[in-house]
Design a protein around this ligand. Structure first.
Ligand code: PLP
Length: 395
């Protein structure tokens, strides 16, 4: 099987596996216990916090461990909103292409009386910094713009947005779940106040993540019950997961430049090969995208069938977000870049990493070309397009 769904999750790397096993064997005590095994676990926890902090240019005391990216997003947004509201600020700014962990949190807050501005993106899937600037008001409590998109891979102008939020005194949060370990992050240089990351998107374990909160930025407790994480996130720490995540992040950051160079070559080769399919369009900007992201829409076919047939041919792919697959609604991200419903349904996301090879890229391309042809031959929509009874949306 060729695994090309690294945006959904990644395989735990050997460094993470070793760290986790080691933690289970040696640092399994409760870091809150006063005895020496507890103190040893506490030290290991602190070392992991330092590692995660270093990876994003933060101070260890600004890093809070969570159960993953979703919790980090929830805590960041709910904190900034509710603490903003105490000062009369009840306006939130985000984009139409965020992950549902952000969008659904925003929906919930809007039900609770907050006003949410959803910024559009351009056809290449990038939000304009000037749109963010124009949306900020006196009563804006938070701007939340993702670092890189999980479906179409586009990299957002985070440093520019950070700078203008800083200038206007608005808290800036970024969902960096797809970026951490893959793109350089420096919370100071990029003026980021809050940042979410998740272990399983950079070859660490699942169910663990981190929230960075700049000193002095707003933070509220979502999980009550103990003094862990400076009293802001209760629950006995999952030390094997936290140490595994730290090891994976350290490993990813060490090899970031070489991996990005290698994986983006695979990506570009795959994009070139799939671009040869008639009436196919790349989703998202060709250059400003994650090293491993390839996302296409094919006219006249249906994404689900494409995935199942690719699976039969030994290629594990996705139609977009793992969270929306299974639902009949087309991806909100593809709609936001202007793809009409019928075309958004014919999407394919292939996300590569450093374990993929050029031979696999050739095999993925050959399988995709074959399956798209096969499905089109059976598709009444495709036949109508070919007979000229309908107009192609993708030329
Ligand atoms: C995967 C993902 C999340 C959710 O992270 P979990 O750790 O799975 O909860 C949030 N945002 C983005 C952009 C993601 O890709």
């Amino acid at each position: 099987m060729i695994y090309a769904d690294n945006a959904a999750t990644t395989k735990t790397c050997p460094a993470a596996q070793r760290a986790m096993l080691d933690a289970m064997e040696r640092s399994w005590a409760n870091p809150s216990s006063l005895h020496s095994p507890g103190q040893q676990a506490k030290e290991a926890l602190q070392t992991a916090r330092e590692t995660v902090a270093r990876a994003i240019g933060a101070q260890p005391r600004e890093v809070y461990f969570t159960s993953g990216g979703s919790e980090a997003d929830n805590q960041a947004i709910i904190s900034a909103a509710k603490l903003g509201a105490r000062k009369g600020k009840k306006h939130l700014v985000t984009t139409a292409i965020e992950h549902h962990a952000v969008l659904h949190t925003m929906d919930q807050l809007s039900k609770e009386g907050f006003e949410v501005t959803l910024l559009p993106v351009d056809a290449s899937g990038i939000v304009k910094a000037e749109d963010v600037a124009a949306a900020i008001r006196e009563d804006t409590a938070l701007v939340s713009v993702m670092f890189a998109n999980n479906e179409i891979g586009t990299i957002q102008p985070v440093a520019e947005i950070g700078a203008l939020c800083r200038e206007k005194g608005v808290v800036f949060h970024t969902d960096a779940v797809q970026a951490a370990g893959h793109l350089p992050i420096d919370v100071d240089a990029q003026n980021i106040d809050m940042l979410s990351l998740s272990g399983h998107k950079f070859h660490g374990p699942r169910g663990v993540g981190a929230l960075y909160v700049r000193r002095g930025a707003p933070l509220l407790t979502l999980i009550h019950g103990g003094a862990q994480e400076r009293g802001l996130r209760a629950g006995t720490e999952d030390l094997p997961a936290i140490l595994g995540m730290a090891a994976a992040l350290d490993d990813s950051c060490t090899h970031m430049a070489e991996n990005a160079a290698y994986v983006s070559k695979l990506r570009d080769a795959l994009i070139d090969k799939l671009s040869a399919i008639p009436h196919a369009a790349l989703n998202g900007d060709r250059e400003r995208r994650l090293p491993g992201n390839v996302s296409f829409c094919f006219e006249g076919i249906e994404g689900e069938s494409l995935l199942l047939l690719l699976d039969d041919k030994g290629v594990a792919a996705s139609s977009g977000s793992a969270c929306t697959s299974g639902s009949l609604d087309p991806s909100h991200v593809l709609l936001a870049i202007g793809r009409p419903h019928e075309v958004a349904h014919g999407s394919l996301r292939l996300t590569l990493d450093h374990e993929n090879t050029m031979e696999e890229v050739d095999a993925i391309a050959a399988a995709t070309i074959e399956v798209v042809d096969y499905l089109r031959e059976m598709s009444p929509v495709w036949k109508a397009l070919q007979r000229g009874e309908r107009d192609y949306v993708i030329q």
